[in-house]
Design a protein. Structure first.
Length: 194
C-alpha cells in the first residue's frame, strides 16, 4: 500500500538532521521544548526541494528561544549521541522492518491501510469496509473501545480510526515484534466488539 514520507531539514549550528519525503515546499517554525519539556529549543524546518542546496531564501525566525547557551549545548550533545549511537541509521533499518511487519495486519478485515515505510513513523487505519474505504460511524466509538485495549496490551497513546505509531529511534527487532503482536491482539479483540 502507500508509503507515506515526510521531508524536512532541521539544523543546529553545523549539524543537520535530514528526514526524507515528497518534495512539496512547506515551512514550519516550531518553538518550545523540542528536546524535552524542560529546556527551550527551537528550529526552522523546511521541506527539501529537488535541488541539493537551498537557494538564498528569506526565512525569518523570531527570537522565541534563540541564544540560550545551555539549550544549544544540550541540543548539540543530543545530536552527537544520535550520531555516535547510530540512531538515524537504526531508525531507517527498523522503520523498514516495522513497515514490513505491519503488513501482516491486513489479515484483519478492519485494517484499511498501513502507512509508513520510511523511518519509524507509521499508522494503521481502521475502516468499516476496506473496499470502499468507508469509515466507522462516530457512534461506533472506536476510541472508547481501542484505548482500554491499548492499555491492556501495554501500548501508550491514543487511537481512534487511526493508530499512530512513533517508537523510539533506538527500538530493536524484538521490540517491533512485540509491538506488532500487541497490535494484532488489540485489533483481534476490537473486531469482536464491532
Amino acid at each position: 500500500m502507500a508509503r507515506n514520507r515526510a521531508t524536512a531539514i532541521v539544523t543546529c549550528g553545523d549539524k543537520v538532521l535530514l528526514v526524507r519525503d515528497r518534495g512539496r515546499p512547506t515551512y514550519a517554525l516550531p518553538g518550545g521544548g523540542i528536546e524535552d519539556d524542560e529546556r527551550p529549543e527551537s528550529a526552522v524546518v523546511r521541506e527539501l526541494l529537488e535541488e541539493t542546496t537551498l537557494e538564498a531564501t528569506n526565512i525569518t525566525h523570531l527570537f522565541t528561544f534563540g541564544g540560550n547557551p545551555a539549550s544549544a549545548a544540550a541540543g548539540m550533545a543530543n545530536l552527537d549521541i544520535m550520531e555516535d549511537e547510530g540512531m538515524v541509521q537504526n531508525s531507517a533499518e527498523m522503520g523498514d522492518y516495522l513497515y514490513e511487519q505491519l503488513q501482516t495486519l491486513y489479515e484483519h478485515r478492519i485494517v484499511g491501510d498501513v502507512r509508513g515505510g520510511m523511518g519509524l513513523l507509521c499508522a494503521v487505519e481502521l475502516v468499516k469496509d476496506r473496499e470502499t474505504r468507508e469509515r466507522f460511524p462516530a457512534d461506533a466509538e472506536l476510541g472508547k473501545k481501542i484505548n482500554p485495549l491499548m492499555d491492556k496490551y501495554g501500548l501508550m497513546g491514543r487511537a481512534g480510526d487511526v493508530i499512530s505509531l512513533a517508537p523510539p529511534l533506538c527500538i530493536t527487532r524484538d521490540e517491533i515484534d512485540h509491538l506488532v503482536k500487541s497490535l494484532d491482539g488489540i485489533i483481534t479483540e476490537l473486531e469482536t466488539k464491532l
